[in-house]
Design a protein around this ligand. Structure first.
Ligand code: NAD
Ligand code: GLY
Length: 353
């Protein structure tokens, strides 16, 4: 078992990674207070023994699986159940599932009695390399991703890669979407992906990468928990990714890959991203998109999707769209374009994918 202590300014989070983390940490974490579990219908069906062993007799809220349930009304139902279960401020919430469960569970923990203890147990690759770490919690509203939420650190994150054995390949690809984002920020991760494009879905290969991605994220969150500067780097590909995600029925990871593809092309064309480096990054992105290929989304109406980028949380109200893009090895920048120019560049980038 490997450990990373994320010393965020608001609170510290202990992150444990390894196939022995559940047995090592859960008996201790579940004793001494009332507990509450949030999970989704797929995870609950796949892992009956896990819930029986660690959460026998505990109140378990099983949310229907899927991004479409990451809503205010789900959040309200969860909070109502927490209240009727008689949870106290000393109680602890365990979020067991992918990023949807982690985000909505973290927000429920942040809100209930103004904050109760939260443990994240991520079960998808995406949630293990990214969303369970760093304390961002949220629900979607009015068709806009993550527009309502809070920064709220879990006390522990237990990352057991064994969960990944049941993950469908399309979900593995989603996690790789966020790993490619780390590749755009870290030369070490970049090199490992570039040299292993033929084994991207190999679970041993991915398990090795989880620690590196989480360690990178922990370093960033420690210096900029509330995303006023450096943490914006963790949004590479996300401005355009979020703009196309819901309207094209893409998963979050897939939309990040398409967002990175489009934004990298825009940055190369504008001379913001070094050409040779950018071309290699595009090769990694295309390699990831080729896994479990979908029919290519129809981006002919991408000018309409562009409007959604106006709601991006990096924007500051000056009419410009802000994108975190890779510039060169280990270098990123916040690339800002007036909306009309953003829309035109996006349409051009989408013409030949
Ligand atoms: P998800 O939670 O919807 O999980 C994807 C699918 O995998 C679901 O159908 C789920 O039921 C299933 N699943 C979960 N664990 C499984 C397992 N072990 N075996 C088989 N199936 C399993 O989606 P996700 O990709 O994990 O996360 C995406 C969400 O995370 C988005 O809402 C995104 O906005 C959010 N996110 C948040 C952050 C953050 O910093 N908070 C970062 C990135 C993404
Ligand atoms: N997923 C981006 C962040 O946590 O900041």
């Amino acid at each position: 078992m490997r450990q990373i202590v994320l010393k965020a300014p608001s609170a510290a989070a202990n992150i444990y990674i390894g196939s022995d983390v559940l047995a090592a940490r859960l008996p201790r974490l579940t004793s001494g207070q009332t507990n509450f579990v949030l999970t989704d219908s797929n995870v609950f069906a796949l892992y009956p023994d896990f819930f029986k062993i660690y959460f026998d007799g505990v109140e378990i809220f099983v949310l229907q699986a899927g991004e479409e349930y990451k809503t205010f009304s789900s959040l309200q139902a969860i909070l109502e159940r927490m209240a009727t279960a008689g949870l106290l401020r000393t109680s602890r919430l365990f979020a067991v599932g992918g990023g949807v469960i982690g985000d909505i569970g973290g927000l429920a923990a942040a809100l209930y009695m103004r904050g109760i203890s939260c443990v994240q147990i991520p079960t998808t690759l995406l949630s293990q390399v990214d969303s369970s770490v760093g304390g961002k919690t949220a629900v979607d509203l009015c068709g806009v991703k993550n527009i309502v939420g809070a920064f709220y650190q879990p006390c522990e994150v237990l990352i057991d890669p064994t969960f990944l054995k049941t993950l469908p390949v399309r979900e593995v690809k989603c996690g790789i979407g966020e790993i490619v984002k780390y590749a755009a920020l870290s030369a070490t991760i970049f090199k490992r992906l570039y040299e292993n494009l033929n084994v991207l879905t190999d679970l041993d290969f991915l398990t090795d990468l989880i620690y590196d991605c989480v360690a990178h994220k922990a370093r960033v969150v420690e210096i900029d928990e509330k995303e006023t500067g450096e943490r914006k780097s963790l949004n590479v590909g996300h401005t355009t990714g979020h703009a196309v995600e819901l309207s094209h029925n893409l998963s979050h990871g897939e939309s990040v890959l398409y967002g990175m593809l489009l934004e990298t092309k825009m940055a190369i064309a504008a001379g913001v991203c070094e050409k040779a480096y950018g071309e290699k990054l595009l090769k990694i992105i295309r390699g990831a998109l080729a896994l479990a290929p979908l029919s290519e989304p129809d981006f002919s109406g991408i000018d309409k999707d562009a409007e959604k980028a106006k709601s991006d949380k990096k924007n500051v109200g000056d009419g410009a769209i802000k994108m975190a893009v890779a510039k060169a090895e280990n270098e990123w920048t916040l690339y800002s374009l007036p909306f009309d120019k953003y829309k035109a560049a996006l349409m051009k980038a989408a013409q030949d994918m």
